[in-house]
Ligand binder design. Structure first.
Ligand code: ZN
Ligand code: ZN
Length: 339
């Protein structure tokens, strides 16, 4: 067991991060104490980065089981990743497998309870997903928002549109890049994916994955978007959502993945006549992880390219500065053990 306390980054707000001693908890019944290995930075960390946080942030986490509480079956030393929602497993949503819609979740890891930027994290065994020791701990974080959230959004669109022949992605940040890569994996390397962003760096990076790119700062470019069967909005911005809706084919589906602003829908012209749909998609179901782990193993080089930067946790401030510059893919913070 580690010492009773250890240094963990504390987010004070306004971009200030200091290191403070925090107690190391003991795992209770059904719980695991993880020794963290890596945590990917997410756009939704912005709230804690600018607004401060009483808990240690970080929700795209991979770690190793250091101590297992009573009643658990996962062995100490098992590597794995943390599912954001500490779902109950018993409510109406969980019983049907919709663990991302749990009606009685115990925690959102990294938001309501200590998350992955610290050296240790306490999780329930049920929201820990073991991966093999063959999977690099930094790359394992791709199973979460990059592969999980994107794959779930594609499955949501496929519910209404099983014959998808083209996709448009608004926003080429980490989630947009994840959607692009997962579309290529699901539909094939030659499958047409259009993507837009205001950052020239992000557009260049997206085009290296085979996307057709559109400059979102150019009204002409956005007005000239080709029609796509499915559009994903990862920006959360109203103009981006409106443009995505306008660029759908008949029977097209807009999936909103980025939280944020509103969308104006003219029900007759936008939905009824063309039989279009607008859907939300939130994180993913725990049961989607085994398939994504298989995809990660089979497409390791492609998915590893989504990660553009790695920083030791002692450089966490620089990691956030890089992430917020708009000139990165995924930025991963490591705990400097065995990397
Ligand atoms: Zn995230
Ligand atoms: Zn539940």
């Amino acid at each position: 067991m580690p010492d009773k306390s250890a240094l963990a980054p504390r987010f004070l707000g306004e971009g200030k991060i200091v290191f403070e001693e925090r107690g190391v908890p003991l795992p209770g019944p059904g719980e695991l104490l993880l020794e963290e290995q890596a945590n990917a930075i997410c756009g939704s960390d912005r709230g804690q980065y600018f607004g401060g946080s009483v808990v240690t942030p970080g929700h795209e986490t991979s770690g190793v089981v250091l101590a297992a509480g009573p009643g658990t079956t996962v062995r100490e030393g098992t590597p794995g990743v943390v599912f954001l929602m500490d779902y109950c497993g018993e409510c109406g949503s969980c019983r049907l497998g919709f663990t991302n819609q749990c009606l009685a979740k115990r925690a959102d890891m990294g938001f309501t309870h200590d998350g992955g930027y610290g050296p240790y994290e306490l999780v329930h065994e049920t929201n820990f997903f073991p991966v093999g020791s063959d999977v690099d701990p930094v790359e394992a974080t791709m199973l979460l928002d990059v592969m999980g959230t994107s794959g779930h959004a594609i499955s949501r669109a496929s519910l209404l549109r099983p014959d998808i022949e083209s996709v448009y992605v608004a926003g080429a940040g980490p989630i947009g890049l994840g959607l692009l890569v997962m579309c290529k994996l699901h539909f094939g390397a030659d499958f047409p994916v259009r993507i837009s962003d205001v950052s020239p760096w992000r557009l260049r990076y997206a085009s290296s994955f085979g996307a057709q790119t559109f400059d979102a700062s150019s009204p002409d470019a956005i007005a000239g978007l080709p029609s796509s069967d499915v559009a994903f909005d990862s920006t959360g911005k109203r103009p981006a959502r409106q443009a995505a809706l306008a660029a759908l084919t008949k029977r097209g589906v807009l999936v909103c993945v980025g939280h944020g602003e509103t969308l104006e829908v003219a029900v007759s012209d936008d939905l009824i006549a063309p039989e279009r749909a607008v859907l939300g998609s939130e994180y993913f179901r725990f049961a989607e992880m085994p398939h994504n782990l298989q995809l990660l193993r089979e497409n390791r080089d492609l998915l590893a390219r989504v990660i553009t930067h790695r920083f030791d946790v002692s450089q966490i401030a620089a990691a956030f500065t890089t992430f917020l510059s708009g000139e990165s893919g995924k930025v991963v913070v490591t705990q400097g053990r065995g990397q």
